[in-house]
Design a protein around this ligand. Sequence first.
Ligand code: ATP
Length: 513
Amino acid sequence: MAKQEDIFKNVVSHAKEYGFIFPSSEVYDGLSAVYDYAQNGVELKKNIREYWWKSMVQMNENIVGLDAAILMHPTTWKASGHVDAFNDPLIDNKDSKKRYRADVLVEDYAEKIHQKAQKEIDKAKARFGDAFNEQEFITTNARVIEYLAKEKEIRERLGRSLGAGDLDDVKALIEELEIADPETGSKNWTDVKQFNLMFGTKLGASAENAMDLYLRPETAQGIFVNFLNVQKSGRMKVPFGIAQTGKAFRNEIVARQFIFRMREFEQMEMQFFVRPGEEMKWYEHWKETRLKWHLSLGLGKENYRYHDHEKLAHYANAAADIEFNFPFGFKELEGIHSRTDFDLKAHEEYSGRKLQYFDPELNENYVPYVVETSVGLDRMFLAVFATSLKEETLEDGSTRTVLQLPAVLAPTKAAVLPLVKKDGLPEVSRKIIEDLKWDFNVAYDEKDAVGRRYRRQDALGTPFCITVDHQTLEDETVTIRHRDTMKQDRVKIAELRGIIENEVSMKNWLMKM
Ligand code: ATP
């Protein structure tokens, strides 16, 4: 089996070679943790965004959209707590001069212990087959009990010390666990320090009068400051939600995992405003609903898990992550947070304006509580892309690279290929494209032997190849080849639209939720 690092390297190089993702300003050797989405990447990203938007805004009568500006009044970030508390604990290795997030070093260590327990479980599963009772094994096998207890103890202690702002204890934990620099093995660490992640910028032409601004580190605050505008102009009734997708910026301390941790990234967030006291019900609802959305894409149930937070952010009374099995292990893909009335109250206080809702049923005013769902679009991209990239050995012993993207997200839905570049076959192919392109992204390819063209479309994730041959001229039929099974069917040209639609329509996929 290929090593995890090799799989990840392969993902990065495939993304570049096939026009999905390029390093930013590559002619100048790139900019650290900033990436550009190329011709196919931009389509995949757009489709993921749309899949989210439809499920949130179009399918829910009580959720509406918003597109707030990236630049916001600087007091926003004072009120939200970002100026004072949007910090990560950083630690430097004195020998290698490499910088790390102290919490991530400890979490990765805890995850390794978890993996050891998982290995024991997998081994036992393989040994006992159908007779295996996983729950019983976890609670009785001495080694597994020990590993899981250790993992829990470490995570809890980290949560406690971060929660209390006790950075000395985080350092002590790193030393006690003898955590070494992952790249060099050195254990010569500095103290742990806080580092603010916001990018500063200036508004205004002259240096004296310029106003200090921040590039938004999350899209959520644009929703909060517009809460009452949307509620009033849309005549919204609590409970209701506001959804938004857009860029966010964080000066991440360590950003070495491709598009998993970027300095400029895109979020898809929905803030759901509820009656105080009802937030736990809605928190559970959204936790479940969001997982169902992820599962509808068919990337495998085993690739997701919940992680309930020990350490809660300053604004939350409950929080969980949906973690995904990335090529480098389980990591946060989406956060679901019960944010209480923290944000709206803070904006009331700092702005001096009321941000309250009059509830006609209760006949009273209140500041609503908020449940947030927040998923990184780029992380979704990575999850989908990395899981879909497969190296297959075929019956004849040859191999093929296939990007088994969920068809609903594929950048190009079908490629039309004339068998040869003559005899009128290109013209018929173009006619088919003219007809299909109103509904789908369709590509034309006439270069190389048809087998090689199939392989290229497989690597791009195109669900269908439509081949036009001499028989097409006689009976208006073509072959349609399915990417995953490589099965080919002879169908009428007139049937193509229906066949494609059935496999790629957002409706059919979202109905699996
Ligand atoms: P992490 O712990 O990984 O830094 P976070 O808890 O700070 O993430 P949130 O503030 O909850 O993240 O942001 C919501 C979502 O935005 C995350 O679940 C993730 O998908 C995405 N996200 C956050 N930071 C980044 C980043 N630097 N690059 C890409 N996506 C990000």
